[in-house]
Design a protein around this ligand. Structure first.
Ligand SMILES: [Zn+2]
Length: 307
């Protein structure tokens, strides 16, 4: 069965200023590497639909959703936080980004695809129940998890987040919901300066020191994530796929390589085969060194596709 690939042209029109690292070229960096590798041709392509208000309300407050719609500008930029801005196309991009994650869940739950990758922006994992933060507006992976629970009737969904930054928005949304296990590795202390001491039996937070190597990363996954995930037995595995822990990514300050993304993708694919009927939905989070982002994302997608 093919790997599904979801994106939308709106994700290329959301811009937060000329020098902002979370830029449209990120989408192209991944697509260019997919084409160069020959992999693009083997993916099942889908246009991302818009997320519905009902789907957003499962994880965000009405007041927050309304405030995002109300602040969408006619021209120029409106800042939702110091790092996160909306241009006239941002709302459209955010709605399609979350919609991609929902559609990807529908594709793997129906058996139309074994797994899926969503090449989308804005990213989502810093967006909390009622807050934009760190380039994120709607929490795409959380919307996907809630859709799997509420629409498809799953009882246990896991989110694996290997972005260099803690998935604090995702934790905010699911900290008290034991149906969702969140496993997050992240540099600490580092933005968003949380995630240590907030773990519980279904929130598996694993801080890594600045400069941590691929070996350190793999040890953290092996010792902390995999036993917890095997105990939890998720029926669907979601991945917050950030590639900003790559050695070439100045924003992250860790030292992962493509081989480490291959390794963690293989571990998660095996886990999904053991517990989740192979169902994986992976959504793009961070990754700002464009060449490293493209190479790492394609290494990840290659594992998902089995090619
Ligand atoms: Zn990040």
């Amino acid at each position: 069965m093919q790997t599904a690939y979801l994106t939308h042209p709106a994700c290329l029109k959301h811009e937060m200023g000329a020098d902002h690292p979370e830029c449209p070229a990120r989408i192209h960096a991944i697509e260019d590497q997919l084409i160069a590798s020959g992999l693009m041709h083997y993916l099942a392509h889908y246009d991302a639909p818009e997320v519905s208000r009902e789907q957003l309300r499962r994880v965000h407050t009405d007041a927050y959703i309304e405030s995002v719609f109300a602040q969408s500008p006619q021209s120029g930029l409106v800042y939702l936080d110091g790092d996160t801005a909306m241009n006239p196309y941002t709302l459209d991009a955010a709605l399609h980004a979350a919609g991609a994650a929902v559609k990807a869940v529908d594709l793997v739950m129906s058996g139309a695809a074994e797994n899926a990758f969503c090449n989308i922006r804005p990213p989502g994992h810093h967006a909390g129940r009622s807050s934009a933060a760190g380039f994120c507006i709607f929490n795409n992976v959380a919307v996907a998890a809630a859709h799997a629970l509420e629409h498809h009737g799953l009882l246990r969904v896991a989110i694996a987040d290997f972005d260099v930054h803690h998935g604090n928005g995702t934790e905010d949304i699911f900290h008290d919901d034991p149906r969702v296990m969140l496993c997050s590795t992240f540099r600490h202390p580092y933005y968003p300066y949380c995630g240590v001491g907030s773990e519980n039996s279904h929130i598996i937070n694993v801080p890594l020191a600045g400069g941590a190597s691929g070996e350190d990363f793999r040890a953290a996954i092996t010792q902390h994530w995999l036993p917890a995930l095997d105990d939890f037995q998720p029926q669907l595995l979601l991945i917050s796929a950030g590639f900003d822990a790559h050695k070439e990514d100045d924003m992250g300050g860790l030292a992962l390589r493509e081989a480490d993304y291959v390794w963690v993708s293989e571990q998660l694919k095996s886990l999904a085969a053991r517990h989740a009927a192979r169902r994986i939905v992976s959504v793009l989070e961070g990754g700002y060194a464009l060449s490293a982002l493209g190479r790492s994302a394609v290494a990840h997608i290659r594992v998902l596709s089995g090619l």
